[in-house]
Design a protein around this ligand. Structure first.
Ligand code: ADP
Length: 485
């Protein structure tokens, strides 16, 4: 088997609606490209608004029976899907590496991470419960019932084609919701394979519908204008998230928003600098820097900044860029030419603002959308690169001289998703974790993502949590029942 064999099981890579694979109503298709050499991998059906409505009809038709299904049954479908993904982990890794560009090792990491959401929520499916209490004044009992919110729309990004889907699909299945998934048009293939895996694991038709489209805007606008859609979960950029939140006003859908980030990576003077560099490599280079949790700004105490920059420069400079599926590649291509242009412009502007280039700094000639791993030292606080999401393999370093300054710099952004601190001082750790305006703080680690933890942000990074005990709450409504006794 290879990654593409997983796709062969989906027929002609059509739309998955009501348990059936079918062509789009218009018969149109769009191409999917390999970011390493810009060649065409294959094509998929290009769904339009009438296909989207067919998917919503199917989700609505399946909702009542699905909500009434046994929690254990839903949990076991998730558990079987977890096992199936892990059994085919190499194939899933190859498929998502091919369409997204990341190395096979990273793709395997995503497959494990993504599948774990199914295992976690297979365990949560049977732990949904309400409460029974006596009213404070006595005389009546208060009962709460948890119910699935109803049909959901999931819009996912291209950077984690599997995991950004499973962390919405897992809790929705566990809670008893039906759904329409709209994968990113740049990386739609993995979601098709996943739909097939869930179906083979026993997921009834209509519970999960997948509509690939080159026109996400029309699809979401049409679906969100329909009162039968009750929930939207979106992972993507902050500007698009704001559009969707505005659109939700008419039918008041419940919203979960996992948006952009501008993660600070703070190294205090008491840190183990070598460990901080190890953590920095993960926080910066996971997914070539194309992650909303990616360290975007390195804030390093002035007494250790030169040592940190030197060590990080050596490690970054030794990385080999190449095709994700080739042995020996450390860093794959970025997703497309626009991504390379945007990263290159940020680096050029930072150097113009006075930053020193420690290593890297440019894009090699094509084909393929590569950018050299880059370290910049002495980046001024006003530079665009420390205020915007880089989404590429560039590490800008800024220095600070006191804890107060570090906290102020770290919070000086509209975003609030992930943050990282390196220190050996417990009191400082607590002070910083309390002062940071972030949904997540990694302490002496470059990786915060964990299916058992509540992933999510504050401020312009959005709201809602995925994973952990909180993850299923996004898919449950509460009905309170008053019972006078
Ligand atoms: P990125 O910059 O990471 O590509 P986007 O926010 O543009 O992030 O895309 C994330 C997801 O949102 C993708 O599935 C994309 O197709 C979809 N999308 C982009 N623009 C819109 C829009 N205006 N309305 C609805 N979905 C959109």
């Amino acid at each position: 088997m290879t990654g593409l064999d997983l796709l062969a099981k989906t027929g002609s890579r059509g739309l998955f609606i009501g348990g059936q694979w079918r062509e789009s109503g218009s018969g149109k298709r769009f191409e999917v490209h390999d970011p390493a050499d810009e060649s065409v991998i294959t094509d998929v059906a290009d769904g339009d608004t009438s296909d989207a409505m067919a998917a919503l009809d199917a989700a609505v038709a399946a909702q009542t029976e699905w909500a009434a299904s046994a929690p254990r049954e839903r949990g076991e479908i998730l558990r079987r899907s977890f096992d199936a993904i892990m059994d085919q982990a190499d194939d899933f890794a190859e498929l998502l590496s091919l369409e997204m560009g990341k190395t096979l090792a990273e793709a395997k990491g995503e497959v494990t991470y993504g599948a774990e959401f199914f295992r976690w929520f297979s365990e949560e499916a049977v732990r949904v419960h309400g409460r029974w209490m006596q009213a404070p004044a006595g005389g009546s009992r208060l009962l709460t019932i948890r119910k699935p919110v109803g049909p959901c729309l999931f819009i996912t990004p291209w950077n984690f084609p599997l995991a950004m889907g499973t962390r919405k699909i897992g809790p929705a299945i566990a809670a008893g919701c039906t759904m329409i998934v709209k994968p990113a048009e740049l990386t739609p293939l993995t979601m098709l394979a996943l739909a097939n895996t869930l179906t083979e694991a026993g997921l009834p038709g209509g519970v999960l519908n997948v509509v690939t489209t080159s026109d996400s805007k029309s699809l979401s606008a049409t679906l969100m204008a329909d009162e039968r859609l009750r929930k939207v979960s979106f992972t993507g950029s902050t500007p698009v998230g704001k559009v969707l939140v505005r659109q939700s006003a008419d039918e008041l859908q419940r919203m979960s928003m996992e948006l952009g980030g501008n993660a600070p990576f703070v190294v205090f003077e008491d840190a183990d600098v070598e460990a901080a560099v190890d953590g920095a490599m993960i926080a910066k280079m996971r997914n070539m820097g194309e992650a909303c949790t990616a360290a975007n700004r390195f804030l390093v105490h002035e007494s250790v900044a030169a040592e940190f920059a030197d060590l990080l420069g050596q490690r970054m400079g030794a990385l080999r860029t190449g095709r994700g599926q080739d042995a020996g590649t450390d860093v794959g291509p970025l997703i497309n030419a626009d991504a390379v242009d945007s990263v290159a412009q940020l680096v050029t502007d930072a150097v113009h603002d006075g930053a020193e280039l420690v290593t890297g700094g440019s894009a090699p000639d094509g084909p393929g959308h590569f950018f050299q791993p880059t370290v910049l030292l002495g980046v001024p606080a006003g530079s665009r690169i420390v205020n915007e999401e880089i989404f590429g393999p560039v590490a800008p370093i800024t220095t600070f001289s006191s804890d107060e300054e570090a906290i102020e710099l770290a919070n000086a952004t509209e975003y609030g998703l992930a943050s990282y601190v390196y220190t050996r001082d417990l009191a400082r750790t607590i002070k910083v974790a309390e002062a940071f305006q972030y949904g997540m703080v990694g302490v002496n680690t470059g990786l915060v993502s964990n299916p058992a933890a509540p992933f999510g942000g504050v401020k312009a990074s959005g709201f809602g949590r995925e994973g952990g005990f909180e993850g299923i709450e996004e898919y449950l409504d509460t009905t309170y029942v008053a019972i006078p006794v």
